[in-house]
Design a protein around this ligand. Structure first.
Ligand code: DC
Length: 222
């Protein structure tokens, strides 16, 4: 079984996907972490976001493996767990830049597809329903207006102790939305057969309930 959850950043895809995976007893896969890991590697090498040729050349030095420990996903970059080092705003911006490069997307294709060969999964990302698994059993496009999404992201960052302003978070989110949805390769747009779930003003529980209803309507009682 493959459940694809796509949508813009800050819509709550990862929380939703994680909770659904737990409820259904299947594996949660966070594909943004893969792009973030490549972003981290090129940032650490001193490559700038717009140096596509250098980013593509760096792929030869990168080995990425996903590991799942008690339901939690770990990304191993050349054998080392990247942990939370991929969760900064700077690395998010790098991830958005590297994700627009066709070679980077091709590089990560098999890593994503192979997981579904052995597991039932809930996978979150931007192109899961359009490119990675066009035949996914359920496709949800989770979105919310940008102010709601920026408010959530701002609260998350504040909780982690990151010093920033709401305006900055909103501006970065709009920039990332623009990059991700207008890029030529695998833009973050809903698949034709996806079901749109707009959770602006909805709580986590309401979002989860709505998603479970969608899953039930596609797969019956599971
Ligand atoms: O979901 P996230 O914020 O961790 O994703 C980081 C970046 O990676 C995001 O700006 C878009 C990109 N991404 C992508 O292009 N395709 C995916 N399947 C997942 C993420």
């Amino acid at each position: 079984m493959i459940i694809a959850i796509d949508g813009p950043s800050g819509a709550g895809k990862s929380t939703l996907a994680k909770n659904i995976a737990k409820k259904l007893g299947i594996v949660y896969v966070d594909t943004g972490a893969l792009y973030r890991t490549i972003g981290l590697y090129v940032y650490n090498k001193g490559i700038s976001k717009d140096e596509s040729e250098k980013i593509v050349a760096a792929l030869n030095e990168i080995n990425i493996k996903l590991d799942f420990v008690c339901g939690a996903q770990k990304v191993l970059l050349n054998g080392v767990d990247v942990g939370d080092s991929i969760r900064t705003q700077n690395i998010a911006a790098y991830a958005s830049a590297v994700s627009a490069i066709i070679e980077v997307r091709a590089f990560l294709l098999d890593t994503q597809r192979n997981i579904a060969k052995e597991n039932s999964i809930v996978m979150d990302g931007r192109d899961i329903g359009t490119v990675i698994f066009p035949n996914a059993d359920v496709k949800i496009f989770l979105t919310a207006n940008d102010v709601s999404r920026a408010e959530r992201r701002f609260a998350e960052l504040a909780e982690k102790g990151t010093v920033t302003t709401f305006e900055k978070v909103l501006e970065e989110m709009r920039e990332r939305d623009h990059n991700d949805s207008t890029r030529k390769t695998a833009p973050a747009i809903p698949a034709d057969d996806s079901i749109l779930l707009d959770n602006s003003g909805m709580t986590l529980e309401e979002t989860e309930q709505a998603a479970l209803e969608i899953i039930k309507s596609k797969l019956g009682n599971i």
